[in-house]
Design a protein around this ligand. Structure first.
Ligand SMILES: NC(=O)c1ccc[n+]([C@@H]2O[C@H](COP(=O)([O-])OP(=O)(O)OC[C@H]3O[C@@H](n4cnc5c(N)ncnc54)[C@H](O)[C@@H]3O)[C@@H](O)[C@H]2O)c1
Ligand SMILES: [Mg+2]
Length: 341
């Protein structure tokens, strides 16, 4: 079993994109790639991690190590066909993810006992929410992809038209209904996330489910038929009763919660003088304008974790991995340069 320190996930090369495309299209090539590939393990959608100092390392198994492990638990190599392709290295080492703890109704294989697996692997299956606060951006990106794909396969075992079990291709990039040939592809839900500014202040809000003191940018799922601009205007109006004046795209991020979302992050401004917030209490617990100084102080306190949270720090911002954090940081930098210009 080898351990990675997060140096594996960076922008893919041209060859890597082409290789992954080939593996998705060709079941035999994908099966062959498993022989020299590496496997990331999950148990009921929780990734296998190994505590190291203040963070986690992500263990990976070779095919022979995985076969040995399955053998110890009385399962054959056929189980490996449930794995999904999640990436590759520039040296064409393919990476797969396999969940040994899902209890799918159509799976031929039983879920393996978590604590025995953990003892055997000398590592633990940690929920993604817990791991999120301590993983680096490279590892988290790969694990988010893996979890999203594994979750999608688990919940798309049957054709919604015929009711028959669907069949996964080797890479796990699609499922097909054998009776009517309908092809199902993994899906993400588009979500807009907007940092609203009145020039001097930015608007942050919190839901009652957030950790104590945590405020974030306004977020909301796109409605069917909406474009990004419409979704931003609607969400801002629905949640805080304000009109968006100018809108600027910033960046995007795949986010695993609650299922699999594509977060589309934007900066927006309100018309000068039109800043009175009407909080929609069905959606939010609170929303308020924060000055640049207040945000700068809160950013200084926000590491990659929320561990500092306590009574002495009433105002917290999302962790570094969240795109909300990046939006807020960008706004601080922009207001700083406009102040000095
Ligand atoms: N990465 C980040 O920085 C960041 C920051 C804030 C929020 N988020 C994510 O954005 C997501 C959306 O924000 P929100 O909760 O304010 O959304 P929201 O304002 O649209 O409110 C959520 C409600 O929308 C409805 N809804 C409509 N389509 C849905 C779908 N496809 N899936 C689930 N619910 C749907 C449900 O009734 C749900 O209760 C959250 O789940 C959160 O994880 C990410
Ligand atoms: Mg919302």
């Amino acid at each position: 079993m080898s351990l990675y320190f997060g140096t594996i996930f960076r922008r893919k090369s041209f060859w890597c994109y082409r290789y992954l495309f080939e593996l998705r299209e060709d079941n035999d090539a994908c099966k062959k790639a498993q022989q020299t590939g590496a496997f990331y393990l999950f148990h009921d959608l929780a990734p296998l991690l190994q505590a190291s100092g203040r963070g986690y390392l992500v263990p990976r198994l070779s095919l022979s190590e995985l076969e040995g492990l399955l053998g110890k638990f009385g399962q054959g190599a056929q189980r490996i066909e449930e794995s999904v392709l999640i990436g590759c290295s520039d040296q064409h080492e393919a990476w797969f993810a396999l969940d040994l703890g899902l209890n799918s109704s159509s799976s031929k294989h039983a879920s393996l006992p978590k604590s025995e697996l953990e003892a055997e692997l000398k590592a633990s299956f940690i929920t993604m929410r817990k791991a999120l606060l301590q993983l680096n951006s490279m590892d988290s990106s790969l694990l988010f992809t893996a979890q999203a794909l594994l979750r999608w396969h688990d919940s798309h075992q049957f054709c919604s038209k015929s009711g028959q079990p669907t069949i996964k291709n080797m890479a796990g990039s699609k499922r097909v209904c054998p009776s009517n040939k309908i092809i199902y592809y993994p899906q993400m839900a588009p979500v807009v996330i907007t940092l609203l500014s009145d020039g001097a202040r930015c608007l942050l809000a919190r839901q009652s489910s957030f950790p104590k003191g945590l405020y974030s940018a306004l977020a909301g799922f796109c409605d069917i038929g909406e474009n990004v601009e419409e979704a931003v205007r609607r969400e801002v109006a629905e949640e805080v009763g304000l009109d968006v004046e100018r809108l600027q795209y910033s960046a995007s991020q795949h986010w695993p919660f609650p299922n699999s979302s594509l977060m589309i992050a934007c900066h927006a401004t309100v018309k000068p003088g039109q800043t009175e917030i009407q909080v929609n209490l069905r959606e939010l617990e609170a929303a308020a304008w924060f000055s640049r100084d207040e945000v700068v102080t809160a950013l200084r306190r926000t590491g990659s974790t929320l561990q500092q949270q306590n009574e002495a720090f009433p105002f917290l911002l999302p962790p570094k991995l969240a795109i909300a954090h990046q939006l807020i940081k960008e706004w601080v930098e922009q207001t700083c340069s406009s102040l000095t210009a």
